[in-house]
Design a protein around this ligand. Structure first.
Ligand code: GLY
Length: 373
C-alpha cells in the first residue's frame, strides 16, 4: 500500500492499494478518530453510474463501513457536469436532514471528480461543516481532484464558481476500480497525471511515454505513477492550500480547458480538454517567448507525450470564443488573467496576461498550430 501524507490546515493520508475498499471501514474509523463506527452515520454519495456498477447499499464499500459499525445511508444522483450544481447539493443536504445527520456524522464521496467536488461542498456547508472522505473511482479523481480540498459546483456563469476549500479526512484509492473504466476515462486521468509531471516531476512523463498504451491496463504501474502525481500536488498544496500563489501551477492547461468544456457543452471531458489546453498553451508560450530558450521545443515535447496516448488535437473553437469564456472564469481577476505555462520540462510558471491581450495570446497558441482563426 502507498501512503502519502497531506499537510494542509488539517493532515490526512492518501492511501492507494489493491483491495483497500474491503478495509475501508477500519480506515474511515481511524481517519475520524473513532475506535468503532457505532453511533456514527455515513452518507455514501455516488452518481447513478457508479451505483449501477458497484452497487449502493450492497457495494463492497458500504459492506465494509457497515462491518465497522457505521450506520450507512446511500444517496445517488444523475451524473455529469450538468448535474454538478446547487440543485444536487440541495438534494444531498435534504437527504442528510431526512436521515438526521449531525455534525458528528460524515459523508463519503464514492466516484469521480464531479462526485468528490459536490460531496465535499455539501459536507462543507451542511451544519457549517461536517467531515468527509474521498473514495475516488476514476484515475482523474485519484491523481488530482480528491486531494487538496477544492470542492464546488458549476452555475450558469461557469465551472466551479461556487465552492469552498474543505479538506477530506482521508483519501482511499483502490486501483481495482480502474478495471471498469473506459479508455477515455483513463485518458482523462492520464492528462492530469502528465500535467503533474510537466509541473514538477518529468519522470512521470518519461515513464508514461515508455510504457505507452500498455500503461492503461497496468494497474500497478498506473498506481505508482498516480502516487508520484499526488506527491507533486502534496508539495504544492502544503505550501499554498488556498491558491494564493503556486497552487495556481496546478491549473496548467485549465483556463483554456474550461473554455473548451463549456463551448463543447461538456461533450469534451475535463481531462481531454486539459490535454488540448496544454497543447495550446505550450505553443502560445513558445510564440510569446516565455519559455526557457534552453528548454528545447516545448510544443513538440508536449505533443510527443500527448500523441503517445493518441490524445485528440485541438477542437475547432476560435480564439475569440475561447477568450470570451475564459474572461468569465474565476481566474480572471481585475484586468488580467493568470496563465500557467510550461517554462521547461518539469517546471511551469505563472504570468498575468491583461484581459485585452488574452485573445492574442490564445490566438498565438492556435495559429502556430497551423490553425489561424
Ligand atoms: N485541480 C487543481 C487544484 O486542486 O488546485
Amino acid at each position: 500500500m502507498i501512503n502519502i501524507e497531506i499537510n494542509t490546515s488539517s493532515r490526512y493520508e492518501v492511501l492507494m492499494g489493491e483491495g483497500l475498499l474491503e478495509s475501508s471501514g477500519d480506515i474511515v474509523c481511524r481517519a475520524l478518530g473513532l475506535s468503532s463506527g457505532e453511533g456514527t452515520r455515513l452518507g455514501i454519495i455516488s452518481d447513478e453510474n457508479v451505483t449501477r456498477i458497484y452497487g449502493g447499499d450492497d457495494s463492497i464499500l458500504a459492506g465494509s463501513l457497515r462491518d465497522a459499525g457505521f450506520s450507512v445511508h446511500c444517496f445517488s444522483f444523475p451524473g455529469g457536469e450538468h448535474n454538478k450544481n446547487l440543485d444536487t447539493v440541495s438534494n444531498i443536504t435534504d437527504f442528510l436532514c431526512e436521515n438526521h445527520f449531525t455534525r458528528s456524522d460524515a459523508l463519503v464521496a464514492f466516484g469521480g471528480g464531479i462526485t468528490g467536488d459536490i460531496t465535499g461542498f455539501a459536507a462543507s456547508i451542511y451544519m457549517r461543516g461536517i467531515p468527509f472522505i474521498q473514495v475516488p473511482s476514476t484515475l482523474l479523481s485519484a491523481v488530482d481532484s480528491s486531494v487538496g480540498g477544492k470542492t464546488g459546483v458549476n452555475n450558469s456563469y461557469g465551472k466551479n464558481l461556487i465552492g469552498a476549500f474543505h479538506q477530506p479526512e482521508a483519501v482511499i484509492f483502490d486501483p481495482t476500480l480502474l478495471k471498469t473504466l473506459s479508455r477515455d476515462l483513463l485518458l482523462d486521468g492520464m492528462a492530469e497525471m502528465l500535467k503533474a509531471g510537466f509541473i514538477g516531476d518529468m519522470s512521470i512523463v518519461s515513464e508514461a511515454v515508455d510504457f505507452g498504451e500498455r500503461l492503461l491496463s497496468d494497474g500497478e504501474n498506473l498506481t505508482r505513477l498516480a502516487a508520484k502525481a499526488v506527491a507533486v500536488k502534496r508539495d504544492i498544496v502544503a505550501e499554498d492550500e488556498k491558491e494564493k500563489g503556486n497552487r495556481r501551477l496546478l491549473n496548467l492547461g485549465h483556463t483554456i480547458a474550461h473554455s473548451i468544456e463549456t463551448l463543447s457543452d461538456f461533450s469534451i471531458s475535463h481531462g481531454h480538454a486539459v490535454a488540448m489546453g496544454m497543447r495550446i498553451i505550450a505553443r502560445a508560450a513558445a510564440a510569446q517567448g516565455w519559455t526557457d530558450p534552453a528548454a528545447g521545443d516545448m510544443p513538440q515535447i508536449t505533443d510527443e507525450v500527448l500523441n503517445a496516448f493518441a490524445f485528440p488535437e485541438i477542437p475547432d473553437f476560435s480564439a475569440e470564443d475561447l477568450t470570451r469564456i475564459a474572461l468569465h472564469d474565476k481566474k480572471a481577476h481585475g484586468g488580467s488573467v493568470s496563465i500557467v505555462y510550461p517554462y521547461r520540462p518539469g517546471e511551469c510558471r505563472i504570468i498575468d496576461v491583461e484581459n485585452n491581450r488574452l485573445e492574442a495570446v490564445i490566438a498565438s497558441g492556435l495559429c502556430t498550430y497551423g490553425k489561424e482563426r
